[in-house]
Design a binder for this molecule. Structure first.
Ligand code: SAH
Length: 234
């Protein structure tokens, strides 16, 4: 009976004493990769329940039943920050999703622009990447990953939320830490079109911000920008 350091995200965690089963992938991981047996404990978490130690009480090669036994962490506030970024090639998109999760974003909104090559993503795959990153970095929440949307549409119904638009020309002030709900927007490598820039400029609550003197690759800009935005957040 071992206390393992394994940490898994469980979207619905029932009350202590009630059994819950793991997804096929999680059960496979515990049974066949980590070779857990009955009586071993892991940590399970989600944003509403906090984090719990949970005991394995039935495990086979394909299924696992667990039961929450003791709470390790209460639910806690996390930053309310969105990342909107022009879709990148698959590997770079994967990296941005992983790093944005580690840095603490609450929502990831891919955007489509006239000069973006990709226009669709495998949301399931990105959600799995975000879930693994949350498990690894000790977060309680997994960020929500939204369907990609054209930037003009996103701007047309933008909510009452400050939007910091990363602008590589050197005239904007440096992005500082957010004090409340916020969003950061990173443009495409090829730049926004005039039409897109107009749609952005018409949106209330936008501020153009700089991320320093050098022109960064979009993925670098996303990571560096979130570090600046979230450095002082809970
Ligand atoms: N087309 C541009 C580069 C775009 S870089 C050119 O070659 O000149 C991709 C995105 O990264 C930009 O749209 C912007 O959102 C962000 N970015 C890169 N460097 C930045 C900087 N120094 N300050 C703010 N944003 C930056």
């Amino acid at each position: 009976m071992a206390d393992t350091s394994i940490r898994l995200y469980i979207s619905d965690l029932p009350a202590p004493g009630q059994a819950f089963s793991l997804s096929d992938g999680q059960a496979h991981y515990l049974a066949n990769v980590m070779r857990l047996s009955e009586g071993d404990t892991i940590r399970v978490f989600n944003g509403q329940a906090g984090e719990w130690r949970a005991k394995v009480f039935k495990i086979s090669r394909k299924a696992a039943l667990l039961e929450a036994v003791a709470q390790n962490r209460l639910p806690e506030p996390e930053p309310d920050a969105w990342l909107c970024f022009a879709l990148l090639k698959r590997q770079k998109t994967d990296m941005v999703v992983e790093k944005a999760t580690e840095l603490g974003v609450s929502v990831i909104q891919p955007i489509i622009t006239a000069r973006t090559n990709a226009d669709h993503v495998n949301l399931e795959r990105l959600r799995a990447i975000a879930t693994e990153a949350a498990e690894q970095c000790e977060r309680l929440h997994v960020p929500e990953i939204r369907e990609p949307r054209p930037v003009t549409k996103l701007m047309a119904d933008w909510p009452a939320r400050p939007l910091y638009v990363a602008d590589e020309r050197r005239t904007s002030p440096l992005l500082g830490p957010a004090t409340g709900p916020s969003a950061l927007m990173i443009g495409p490598e090829g730049g926004f079109t005039d039409l897109e820039l107009e749609a952005i400029a018409r949106t209330p609550l936008i501020t153009r911000v700089s991320l320093g003197r050098r022109i960064l690759r979009a993925e670098t800009a996303a990571i560096a920008g979130l570090a600046l935005l979230l450095a002082a957040s809970p």
